[in-house]
Design a protein around this ligand. Structure first.
Ligand code: CAA
Ligand code: FAD
Length: 380
């Protein structure tokens, strides 16, 4: 086993770290307070190539591997998980889905803009009555010959208000169950497409989450992705990689909280000494670091599996399951180590604690990851 990162990996990690400190840290508390979408920061991330890292250079992307992507995701998430979820959705759900399963016209028309950050994408699977149970889609797309008519509601959509292009999953033939589901590219501004109000959230408050309504939206047939009936598998395959990105986000939140807690414990004094000299605090740091290292190994293994062409359904699910729990545990302990200061915004750890929770919910809850892992274990 070779645990050494290449020079290129280290450069990418350092570039993401420097960018996060210089461009994401200023204003992160204010954006969280105001639930402000980080438009300026997203524009800069696009210019620097963070929005299409793994896309082939032929379509305007960075042509990087998944290891590079998770290293960047970790660094961005240490500082601002609202920004990193935008990066994750654009890279691993929208760009990857289009590059892997879209046709050449779709790639030229949409992927080239999404990979450079000129446009932003959203991935629309969840519905009010179909979250974990994703095959229960109620949104319909009726085949009208050269186009489909799309009707229904998607909720919880990240980049919902700020995206330009939306990958929308809908039922085209209810009789066929999951084989009657398709994925479509829908453009903002098409007649009948309405963006609902923004959700007021516990965490990742800078990221905009919206309900979307589709009322008789005409979608040209050339905007269907893949063969008829491929939509559910499209969503599942895309999410398998997306989960590696969210696992890296969780890892970043955990390691960001750990680093803040370690530094604080070295300067805060109680009972005549720095609090890190109290074993109860030092042991918390030891536990946090051990769990973070374990999470990092799972995240890297999943990214490596994807880069090697191995199946990564299970390794991605295990990485997300473990890293998201680590993010919750580490952020709660980071607040504890900060004492009263941990409870106020200025010290950042309370935001990281609020941001951590979503990593156990989106892109498949922890219970859903266990379904994926256990089915993988029990399959012949
Ligand atoms: N790759 C390819 N095919 C897959 C697959 C995968 N990873 N997982 C399932 N499939 C296929 C199955 O093989 C099956 O096809 P066949 O009948 O041809 O064999 C078909 O899909 C249906 O599979 P299941 O019977 O396993 O379906 P299920 O109803 O039991 O559900 C599930 C499986 C894993 C629970 C799935 O519904 C699921 O992942 N749910 C969670 C949804 C989710 O993650 N949503 C995230 C929304 S996006 C988001 O959240 C973004 C964000 O926040 C930033
Ligand atoms: P439910 O499915 O109702 O689950 C409720 C509880 O029951 C959970 O604890 C769940 O684990 C448990 N449960 C359900 N089924 C089982 C089972 N079979 N066994 C054991 N336990 C079970 N979706 C998108 O499509 N695109 C996005 O961009 C997106 N962004 C999001 C951003 C945010 C901030 C949030 C909050 C959500 C986002 N989602 C997005 C939706 C997210 O993926 C869903 O919330 C998630 O998949 C869970 O679905 P649900 O909320 O309907 O919960």
């Amino acid at each position: 086993m070779d645990f050494k990162l290449t020079e290129e990996h280290l450069m990418i990690r350092d570039a993401a770290r420097d960018f996060a400190k210089a461009e994401l840290l200023p204003g992160v508390i204010e954006r969280d307070n105001k639930q402000e979408f980080p438009a300026e920061q997203v524009k800069k991330m696009g210019e620097l190539g963070f929005l299409g890292m793994m896309v082939s250079p032929e379509y305007g992307g960075g042509g990087m591997d998944t290891i590079s992507y998770v290293l960047a995701m970790e660094e961005l998430s240490k500082i601002d998980a609202s920004c990193s979820v935008i990066v994750s959705v654009n890279n691993s759900l929208v760009c990857w889905g289009l590059e892997t399963f879209g046709n050449e016209e779709q790639k030229q028309k949409y992927l080239t803009k999404l990979a450079t950050g000129e446009s932003i994408g959203a991935f629309c699977l969840s519905e009010p009555e179909a979250g974990s149970d994703a095959t229960s889609q109620k949104t319909t797309a009726i085949d009208k010959g050269d186009h489909y008519i799309l009707n229904g509601t998607k909720n919880w959509i990240t980049n919902g208000g700020s995206a330009d292009y939306y990958l929308v999953i809908a039922q085209t033939d209810r009789e066929k169950g999951h084989k009657g589901i398709n994925a479509f590219i829908v453009e903002k501004g098409w007649d009948g497409f309405e963006v609902g109000p923004k959700e007021d959230k516990l965490g990742i408050r800078g990221s905009d989450t919206h309900t979307l309504n589709f009322n008789d939206v005409k979608v040209p047939k050339e905007n269907r992705i893949g063969e008829d009936g491929f939509g559910f598998k499209f969503a599942m395959k895309t999410l398998s990689g997306g989960r590696i990105g969210i696992a890296a986000q969780a890892l970043g939140i955990a390691s960001g909280a750990y680093e803040l807690a370690r530094e604080y414990s070295k300067i805060r004094k109680a009972f005549g000494t720095e609090i890190c000299n109290h074993q109860a605090i030092a042991f918390k740091l030891a536990d946090m670091y051990t769990e973070i290292e374990a999470a990092r190994h799972l995240v890297m293994k999943a990214a490596w599996d994807k880069d090697q062409g191995n199946n990564y359904d299970m390794s991605g699910a295990m990485a997300k399951l473990y890293a998201s729990k680590t993010a919750m545990d580490a952020t709660v302990e980071a607040v504890q180590i900060h004492g009263g200061n941990g409870f106020v915004k200025e010290y950042h750890v309370e935001r990281l604690m609020r941001d951590a929770k979503i990593t156990q919910i989106y892109e498949g809850t922890s219970e859903i990851q266990k379904i994926v892992i256990s089915r993988g274990l029990l399959r012949d």
